[in-house]
Design a protein around this ligand. Sequence first.
Ligand SMILES: O=C(O)CCC(=O)C(=O)O
Ligand SMILES: [Fe+2]
Length: 361
Amino acid sequence: MGEVDPAFIQAPEHRPKLSVIEAQGIPLIDLSVLSSPDDTFDDALVAEIGDACKKWGFFQVINHGVPLEKRQRIEEAARKFFAQPLEEKRKVRRDEKRVVGYYDTEHTKNVRDWKEVFDLTVHDPTFIPASLDPDDEEIDEWHNQWPEYPPELREACEEYAKEMEKLAFKLMTLIALSLGLPGNRFQGFFKDQTTFIRLNHYPPCPAPNLALGVGRHKDAGALTILAQDNVGGLEVKRKSDGEWIRVKPTPDAYIINVGDMIQVWSNEAYESVEHRVMVNSERERFSIPYFLNPAHYTIVKPLDELTNELNPANYRAYNWGKFFTTRKLSNFKKLSVENIQISHFKIQELSNKLEGGLTIN
Ligand SMILES: O=C(O)CCC(=O)C(=O)O
Ligand SMILES: [Fe+2]
């Protein structure tokens, strides 16, 4: 990644501004009540989570119960892995058959990202549809590829994954309660989950004004739990005015964002928010997102309890496995068409009717 290949250059309207607006108001939520002996999901916390999901779609949590040593261990192992020569990393590279592993050519919205990644699934194997064809019922198995070095990477990742799952389920309980649902409403979707963890490395970039570490995007799954280091670079599109806001690193905090699936399940009570990553010319940056995803056979649609005649479903049902496979295969190379998005499943009837003359006030 020495010089800047034109594949990395963002269109002028998507280039980052080098003057940074630090996050004003991304909620910082203290989860310490969850560690109390009776493990209560107290009302004030539920309200706080609901408010953060509605207004921002992003928040940070502290006192989350994840031991700091577990995080430090995976961060350290990730640094050692990425510090190796490219030939070593390529021994565990992802390809069209082995979909998880090392990878340095990801494209977001058809522009190459200034980063290298190592992906692993939390369930090994993970079951996923073999093809995009809706009528093809063949299922593939994804297996993790572990590098020889550093030898502790595997255990560090597996232990971290267990901690992330505990936190993710607590957060999904809080989110369910905040939507007026039973706390365990989402639990059943994750039995055969397709959750994965990504180790991100963003090397210094000679043209941080032209390229991005990750281009603007929304996360497709249910929920993301992100550990970022102290360099900073994550920007969130503020819902109130569309301004890109930098999420300032907070030591030992996790950044949580609502994914597209919660947007659909909640029938847009909560929205998945666009974000991107800026790079810089001096310091490399590391981050570790955990993407909570349901079983491949999950049919995603607005929950019946959250829709009615006055608030009809805004989305048609879609199959998560097919959606995920389509995303994975298309992120693999530059395409001439837009990647699959939940907006492709949006029900347009109502807006068409409104445009046709109906008015609401
Ligand atoms: O590195 C980060 O801060 C965020 C990465 C991200 O948004 C992603 O991998 O989906
Ligand atoms: Fe993301």
